[in-house]
Design a protein around this ligand. Sequence first.
Ligand SMILES: C=CC1=C(C)c2cc3[nH]c(cc4nc(cc5[nH]c(cc1n2)c(C)c5CCC(=O)O)C(CCC(=O)O)=C4C)c(C)c3C=C
Ligand SMILES: [Fe+2]
Length: 412
Amino acid sequence: MDSKKQREGMTRRDFLKMTAVAGVGLAIGGAGVSAIERAVRPASTSAAESNPSEDTIPMYGEHQAGIITPQQTYMYLASFRITTEDKAAVIRLFRDWTRFSDLSTSGGTMKTGDNPLLPPSDTGETLDLPASKLTVTFGFGPTFFSVEGKNRFGISAKSPRYLKDIPRMPKDNLDHLQSGGDVIVQVCAEDQQVAFHAVRNFIRLSTGYATLKWIQEGFISGSGGKTPRNLFGFKDGTANNLHQTPAGYNDVVWAGEDEPAWMKGGTYLAYRKVRMLLEVWDRSSLTDQEDTFGRHKESGAAYGTKDEFDTVDPAQMPVSAHVRLAKQSKQLIHRRGYSYTDGVDLRTGNVNAGLLFISYQKNPDEQLIPMLKLMQSQDKLNEYTSHVASALFACPGGLREGQYIGQSILES
Ligand SMILES: C=CC1=C(C)c2cc3[nH]c(cc4nc(cc5[nH]c(cc1n2)c(C)c5CCC(=O)O)C(CCC(=O)O)=C4C)c(C)c3C=C
Ligand SMILES: [Fe+2]
């Protein structure tokens, strides 16, 4: 089949054309052959054929997708450590990751293989599935730019202004194996298998260039348009409505003029894995639970108000209420958190579960860190939570077709 026919003829079920080179590329990873050298986009996708725009979120634009995109139901965070010091190899990896992002967010897969003697290029578990609003968001940690004063890849001068580890907090109980990383990939989708497929193939494509440091999966309740509830049963995300306009996003989320050019349209992703002590919470009274946040459980209304989105008066709340403390900091952040469950805590027999707190902001020094300090010293929520992992990443602005992620950092 010639390549024009491939483009015209391929449906999602027929999946994408991939050369045998791809299999070789995957097998030899860092040896220099691009793993998805000749992947092409699907002509159409099966489940999304009737209305693909409802099923796909554009990957290209001023900003990366997955930041102010309405939250999908499933999320994975995969944190990578770059293992090569060869800048050209890093560029190859990022080109492959970008091509694969383009392919998978538009509903494609790599070909499962022409050559029975080679492993299939694609792992195959999304062959019959639509794009499911898949988004991929990349960010770079402090150690991508320099490690112990050593300028990695010659780019330390391009390190963004506020990129550093979140300082140690009074009540931190951090596991460093689950924290930080050189590169973060946030993958979100309406179908968990679609999201995991993307993560899995990012990992495969990284062979020879990077290793996985940690991975974390999350979910939210998805009842169309309503604020999701966290595992304490409270609506979580209400206050995002205070800045959800283009001007609001400029003030709160998108990096300022004081940043390197590659941060234009970019932002900072802050991550805190916060364990929630469900057994303790479930034994506490409704009054105690509501006093913890300063909001009512069922309606989500702030104390002294009737409805979820009514204007908050912090004076109506206990001094240690979570929302009162957030207001006291006088800062806004854009939260995009997910719940997680991690099985049983074998030491106690309790459920290991909580919130993957993810926030996007233009200036973590001003917006996030003072708020976090205030909360960690005075928040009633501390009786029921423990912060177990932490990270900060700088997310570059969006891409135009033909560019690859990180290009404006690694080139020019
Ligand atoms: C430092 C930042 C924050 C951390 C860490 C954090 C953890 C955390 N939050 C909840 C539950 C809720 N948070 C709510 C509001 C809220 N939280 C933060 C910041 C952090 N939360 C802010 C800035 C706000 C908005 C405050 C405001 O301006 O009104 C709420 C109320 C509803 C809402 O607005 O979303 C809940 C509920 C948990 C369970 C948690 C850690 C486990
Ligand atoms: Fe909160």
